[in-house]
Design a protein around this ligand. Sequence first.
Ligand code: A3P
Length: 288
Amino acid sequence: MKSGVVVLMAGVIFALLCLFPPSANAMPTNATLRLPDVVIIGVRKGGTRALLEMLSLHRDIVAAQRELHFFDWDSHYQRGVDWYASQMPLAGPGQLTVEKTPAYFTSSRVPERLLGALPSARLLLIVREPVERLLSDYTQVFQHRLEKHKPQQTLETLLMRHGRLNLDYRALNRSLYHEHLQRWLRLVPRARLHLVDGDALIRDPLPEMRKVEEFLQLEPQINAHNFYFNQTKGFFCLRERRRERCLHTSKGRKHPHLAPEILHKLYDYFHEPNQKFFQLAGRTFDWK
Ligand code: A3P
């Protein structure tokens, strides 16, 4: 090959590497498919995607991008753990593999199945103030139904029955964290489960991420440079080397207005369950 061509090709490769630098989590050659070392079990609308994306900023983390629903969907569970491992991304030695499926936290069949298949996995649970989470949950279902041209119901209709809170409303039940956590703690030692404060992660992600790094015994790598506040989105976005990105538009939706008297009913209702949750969790959260 002529030396001019070689120089030209080297120049093109150099330019491509500058334009598209390999990600921080570039794969070593001896990478393998493995079952998850870490599972983000929920809670739905707690900020699970933000947590996964922020954790992926760490070089020693490789995360499945899709929610795998292995333990909560029978059709997936019946395919066996080899199928589960095949859905995970390639990971090098020393890297931790992460999966997130927020439905795991509230599904009664999951703890036993998960502990059976992943006896030493570490679990992350991100929670948010329960009323805020409920509003977010409603908004997501509303949006999905809108996209599928299905009829809508107002939040008031779903929440209220004969002047009282409708305790059968699933979005309300999903915010009863103590009930779900209790089920998990029957099988999982508390030390294997780390709680992330989803409201704090929204306000200031770095301190929450530092605690996650510590829990996972990762070298501290995630730093202030990885985050910048985007005024238009109204949330922190991520910076990895020179690439900047915000979460998808489905994250950070506007919530519906709820009449103050219904909001008060909700705050009253959650007061006691929240205390029970704090007791189980061994810590408190700054909730109304
Ligand atoms: P809203 O869309 O109701 O605001 P999940 O990923 O578990 O579905 O959670 C979605 C929630 O993550 C969003 O709920 C949003 O509030 C929260 N979130 C936390 N950090 C975020 C970030 N940096 N960008 C966008 N949304 C974030």
